[in-house]
Design a protein around this ligand. Structure first.
Ligand SMILES: C[S@@+](CC[C@H](N)C(=O)[O-])C[C@H]1O[C@@H](n2cnc3c(N)ncnc32)[C@H](O)[C@@H]1O
Length: 339
């Protein structure tokens, strides 16, 4: 997958005559970690969308050319003070369906970018944070593993979680980042308590995303700080979990002992818990995670390699990559997941 990202926040310039204004933003199109740029021509649509009803208030088409590293986009808008709006930047040929399920299946997909609401009243410059929006969520940053994990078959997941068949599903996500995986599942899984955790730095983004989430019926979403290098808060260590989510968290070999230690501590309290790990391997040293988790008594019950949509058409070099999804448990349940 490829991602449109804002390099410079949308800004508004007012001409002398205050009857029209221009919103400008600097964007790029890259792989998820920004290692490579889009090397084919892509037509880009910049669309200013009114918050209250989604109506377009300004639209302009731009051309991304092979070899570019960034592109300045601009849109004229008439009455700047009229309504709160968001700037949406998308590849023109796509229909703008940014659901995880669609993205992880669609070939050559370029994930679009949304700005925050541009608050234009009485300001000469707008500065707003970089963000992405997906099915109602505002997300800071998407990565391939998170998108793929967010698209797993939740019906199968629910069925597989033997421990939770008769009661509410208790889930925890470690290293939730912007929350794409946990929030995505909380929107699809009814009767579920989803606890998102990460370092304190992630809290603001996650909480903003939680406000935009639409949980499935009877599902709750909470956030708590959980640093793998510290003792588990008692609010977490005293709970039993059915599902432990870990997406794109194995890239730093030095934190793997502490990550696995958290998994082992959680599993001691919840022996039937299923650990669902999503990983896009970035380097060979990530293999150390598997040594640590095996030493901690976990059994690998399932592994599916999901090929990422091919980027061949767009000229990217890393088109043969997979996202791997693993299921670990402390005892072999014999169940396997239809991912
Ligand atoms: C690459 S991000 C993945 C985010 C998310 N799971 C996803 O797939 O989009 C890795 C996350 O692990 C978190 N993390 C790294 N070290 C951590 C630690 N010691 N304790 C808790 N979280 C940590 C980071 O803050 C970050 O949000």
């Amino acid at each position: 997958m490829r991602y449109i990202r804002f390099l410079k926040y949308p800004r508004c310039s007012y001409p002398r005559k205050q009857d029209s204004s221009t919103i400008t933003a600097l964007i790029t199109i890259t792989s998820d970690l920004g290692e490579s740029f889009c090397s084919k021509d892509v037509t880009i649509a910049a669309n200013l969308v009114r918050d209250k009803d989604g109506e377009s208030m300004g639209y302009k088409v731009h051309q991304w050319r092979a070899g570019m590293r960034n592109l300045l986009v601009d849109v004229n808008v008439g009455d700047i003070t009229a309504y709160p709006m968001k700037l949406h930047i998308a590849a023109k040929y796509q229909n703008g369906d940014d659901s995880c399920e669609y993205l992880s299946n669609a070939g050559n997909y370029i994930v679009s970018a949304w700005s925050e609401t541009l608050c234009l009243l009485g300001k000469s410059t707008i500065e707003c944070m970089v963000e992405r929006r997906d099915a109602g969520l505002i997300l800071m940053s998407f990565l391939d593993a998170g998108i793929t994990a967010g698209a797993i078959d939740v019906a199968s997941l629910r069925e597989t979680l033997a421990t939770a068949k008769q009661r509410r599903l208790n889930c925890i996500e470690l290293g939730t980042g912007c929350g794409i995986v946990g929030l995505g599942l909380a929107q699809a899984l009814p009767n579920c308590d989803m606890l998102l955790t990460d370092l304190p730095e992630a809290m603001d983004v996650v909480k903003r995303n939680m406000l935009s989430a639409r949980p499935a019926p009877n599902t709750t979403i909470n956030f708590e700080v959980l640093d793998w290098g510290k003792d588990l808060p008692t609010t977490i260590s005293s709970k039993e979990f059915d599902l432990i989510l870990v997406a794109d968290c194995t890239y730093n070999p030095s934190s793997m002992p502490s990550l696995v230690c958290v998994l082992a501590t959680l599993a001691r309290r919840s022996p039937g818990a299923m650990v669902l790990l999503a990983q896009k391997v970035r380097h060979s040293s990530e293999a150390i995670f598997f040594e640590h988790i095996a030493e901690s008594g976990f059994i690998q019950n399932d592994h599916v390699a999901i090929p990422l949509p091919s980027d061949e058409e767009l000229g990217f070099s890393d088109d043969s990559e997979n996202v791997d999804i693993y299921i670990f448990q402390t005892r072999n349940s014999g169940d396997s997941l239809r991912i």
